[in-house]
Design a protein around this ligand. Structure first.
Ligand SMILES: [Zn+2]
Length: 336
């Protein structure tokens, strides 16, 4: 089986890998995403591991590497971002943590594989790393529960397992990795106003800073998903009131708070697209379930990233400005 994978992988990589210029344009990045998707679909045909799960593990690694200082960034043009930590690669009891010999790595129960057929299991080689993950997951099984157990043992962090599962569900449901479009979260056909308030001090509920942008609009103004994503959270929070939390594939957790009510079809575990209706602007929050009216109606929109250990907030304001322009431009193009 490994022989077959290796030969096929060499063919696929030779056919798909090309070197784009240092500054990749958006169309070149889209091209890379298409190639990446083809590669994972080939791997599914060879290994039985679903393409969307391999894609999710790879995208998770890309996200985490770009969110941390202790790991090298993954370039947007890199086909595979997966890198296995040395002790897992060479085997926990291997006296040589930099071992590249497939025989001794196997002896010490390491994950390392020679995916490109050069006789070496090189942790820094994309093909070797991909085949290592495929072989590792094959050891658990290709059904959803087994795959989740596999990534739990690999990353040993509950959020990591959920994030990977949710990215996989997004890819599987939409049947593509091309998920870059965004939408402004509030209807452009209503009056609204917002400015950059990220990091401002907040009074209610102890010392906190404002982790988001407030978009002021009237009661009942439609609130839309800004991205493709998986609905992780829907319900009441004493700060946010009626709120929704959505995970996208690019390491963003989108938080929509103080809603007046939810869209009736919205439920946790569902996959949404940019522009899908989530609910309506309100002023819920700052108390027990149902509390409302303690401040003017607005959408509180927050964005968070995850680095494999913790989650933190960053300023959504520049993204909102960009998505507002893009949403308006698409609407004009549709009407012209
Ligand atoms: Zn706010």
């Amino acid at each position: 089986m490994r022989r077959v994978i290796t030969v096929w992988l060499m063919l696929i990589f030779t056919a798909t890998v090309w070197q784009p210029p240092a500054t990749a344009t958006e169309s070149e990045e889209a091209n890379t995403v298409t190639q990446r998707e083809q590669l994972f679909r080939h791997m599914e045909a060879l290994s039985g591991i679903p393409w969307y799960f391999l894609a999710a593990v790879d995208q998770y690694e890309r996200n985490v590497r770009n969110a941390r200082n202790d790991l090298p960034d993954a370039d947007a043009e890199d086909l595979i971002a997966i890198r296995i930590p040395t002790e897992k690669w060479s085997g926990p009891l291997n006296p040589d943590p930099t071992d590249t010999n497939p025989v001794s790595i196997r002896l010490f129960n390491g994950m390392g594989q020679d995916g490109n057929g050069d006789g070496r299991a090189d942790a820094d080689d994309a093909e070797d790393a991909l085949v290592a993950v495929v072989r590792y997951l094959q050891g658990y099984g290709s059904d959803w529960t087994s795959l989740r157990i596999g990534v739990w043992h690999l990353y040993q962090h509950p959020v990591a397992v959920d994030v990977i599962s949710h990215i996989a569900k997004i890819y599987a449901t939409l049947n593509t990795m091309d998920l870059d479009e965004h939408h402004f979260p509030v209807s452009l056909h209503h009056n609204y106003t917002y400015r950059s308030t990220w990091g401002a001090k907040r009074g209610w509920g102890g010392r906190r800073i404002h982790e988001g942008t407030d978009i002021f609009a009237g009661h009942g103004v439609p609130v839309y998903s800004t991205s493709y994503g998986f609905v992780e959270v829907k319900g009441w929070n004493k700060f946010g009131g009626w709120r929704v939390g959505i995970r996208d594939v690019h390491n963003n957790y989108h938080y929509y708070a103080h809603l007046g009510r939810f869209h009736e079809d919205l439920h946790t575990g569902m996959i949404v697209k940019p522009g899908d209706l989530l609910g309506y602007v309100g002023n819920s929050g700052y108390g027990p379930p149902g509390t409302a009216g303690k401040f003017p109606p607005h959408l509180h929109y927050g964005m968070y990233k995850f680095n494999g250990h913790t989650q933190w907030s960053f300023d959504p304001y520049p993204y909102l400005r960009k998505w507002e322009r893009e949403t308006r431009k698409r609407a004009q193009e549709q009407h012209s």
